[in-house]
Design a protein around this ligand. Structure first.
Ligand code: ACM
Length: 494
């Protein structure tokens, strides 16, 4: 017996063994994130081989996802077959843009106000079903009403230090969708590389796209490729949020276009090291720098429809830093979008709708919160998952937390301390993450904890239940081909 099945079995026996036998046998309902309301009823729905579908045509993404699930399970769509799966858009303001309901009795009823909500209902159904085709299927009879706690449930990938191929980004989006993660933040530029084609500045990809951190991968994405990725993500409920990191972290851009550096700067080569905070756009040459910022952002915004655009702003000390943030944020604002910047940008004179991304645990963000800035929460000792799955894991950083960032650490985070939080984001920096396998190992299963923090209210979360539900989903991670860290916290081993 594989471990998850054994776990479910043992847990069931434990429930049966209670002095006051519960009316309903409680097995693990393997849902991550935990839904807001879940009632299990007595009885199961059993079926084999085929189902029928009645689907609203106004939910094409949910329908495609359902067809994918049924295809993987070799369940044919036959109009005469039972059970019937209903996919229905309903007028229900309480569900918002992403909420959904599921009722499983002698039919399977999925309903939501939006295609995205129905897509998430399908993801929950997918988790309730096995990952591989079976001769017979058994679903618990239940009802679910589910809405996310936060609208921003993000993953940040640093493709600048070391490039990640487009196919890996698509895979990551597929995996995010299973856990209802909905923002993929791409850190597209840094000292070591520039990864997005900018037609106005071809040397950004010719020169800066060809460089990477030592041992890492170089490369870049064309605008057409990124447009394709945006569409791929949209069909799976994911918004891609681009970051152009400025005015620091720009050595690659300076190497491509030397005039962006101040006179007298002699180090204008591409960079393979891992230091930070040494490069800066020449803020004393506003007539050079701001047209560059504007031209780059114009092309970035034409590729990415995201309402929110990240302009970086981290790790640079300069007398004109606040002025830069103010002007760069105004440029994004003037283009009809909303800027995001790292926490340090709170010193700028920006509109209060600029989002700030918190990354240092001890940063005094209270004044920015008082001004009303929404926060994306990524404090490094919880959400920097380039840190180890365990203390001392090879090829991981530990500058923020020497014990690493293990699963229970992430889960213990309390987002309710931040009244203007729009959500949370796990960040994978790539100085030490040079291939897909390392990325998988750092991202999973920890992103499942990020997902539950972002989706589920504090009152509905508990770590033991989370580990049981996630452990039961291991076959789904396997079916997606994820090279996850086999975390002993979940009873897993290699
Ligand atoms: C950062 O880690 N420099 C945002």
């Amino acid at each position: 017996m594989k471990f998850p099945a054994l776990l479910v079995y043992a847990f069931t026996l434990a429930a049966l063994g209670c002095a006051h036998r519960p009316a309903v046998v409680r097995t693990v309902i393997p849902l991550v994130p935990q839904p807001q309301e879940l009632q299990q009823h007595s009885g199961d729905l059993t079926f084999a081989g085929k189902v029928s579908i009645e689907a609203d045509t106004a939910a094409p993404n949910a329908r495609r996802a359902l067809d994918d699930v049924l295809g993987a399970l070799q369940l044919a769509n036959d109009d005469a077959a039972k059970p019937r799966i209903h996919l229905q858009r309903i007028d229900d303001a309480a569900l918002g843009a992403e909420g959904y309901r599921i009722a499983i009795d002698d039919a399977i009823r999925l309903s939501a106000a939006t295609d995205t909500g129905l897509f998430y209902a399908v993801q929950s159904l997918r988790q309730l079903l096995p990952a591989q085709a079976q001769a017979h299927y058994r679903l618990p009879q239940l009802t679910i009403t589910d809405v996310p706690r936060y609208r921003w449930r993000g993953v940040s990938l640093d493709v600048a230090r070391s490039f990640l191929p487009l196919s890996y980004l698509e895979k990551t989006i597929d995996r995010m969708a299973l856990f209802k993660l909905n923002r993929l933040h791409l850190h597209l530029t840094d000292d070591q590389g520039w990864r997005i084609e900018i037609k106005h500045y071809p040397k950004l990809t010719e020169v800066a796209g060809a460089s990477a951190v030592k041992g890492g991968r170089a490369g870049y994405y064309t605008q057409d490729q990124l447009r394709g990725l945006v569409a791929y993500a949209q069909a799976r409920g994911v918004t891609i949020v681009p970051e152009i990191d400025m005015p620091g972290h720009v050595q690659a851009a300076l190497a491509a276009y030397n005039e962006l550096a101040c006179e007298g700067v002699t180090n204008l080569s591409t960079y393979e090291g891992t230091e930070v905070g040494f490069s800066v756009l020449c803020l004393d040459k506003p007539d050079t720098v701001y047209p560059f910022v504007e031209n780059v952002l114009k092309e970035v915004l034409a590729v990415f429809p995201s309402k929110k655009i990240h302009i970086g702003g981290d790790e640079i000390k300069h007398p004109r830093y606040a002025e830069f943030v103010t002007r760069a944020a105004a440029i994004v604002d003037g283009m009809g979008r909303t800027p995001i910047a790292w926490e340090e940008a709170s010193v700028g004179d920006t509109k209060p709708d600029m989002l700030l991304q918190l990354w240092n645990d001890g940063y005094d963000i209270a004044p920015a919160v008082a001004k009303g800035h929404p926060l994306i929460l990524s404090p490094c000792s919880y959400f920097y998952i380039d840190h180890g799955n365990y203390a001392g894991q090879p090829n991981t950083y530990d500058w923020c937390r020497k014990e690493g960032v293990p699963l229970p650490r992430i889960y213990a985070f309390d987002p309710t301390k931040f009244p203007t939080a729009v959500g949370i984001e796990g960040a994978l920096w790539s100085e030490l993450v040079h291939d897909n396998a390392a990325a998988d190992n750092r991202l999973w299963p920890r992103l499942a904890a990020v997902a539950e923090l972002g989706w589920t209210t504090t009152a509905r979360r508990d770590y033991l239940g989370f580990t049981r539900r996630l452990a039961a989903l291991r076959p789904h991670l396997d079916a997606l081909g994820i090279g996850y860290y086999a975390d002993p916290e979940l009873g897993w081993s290699e």
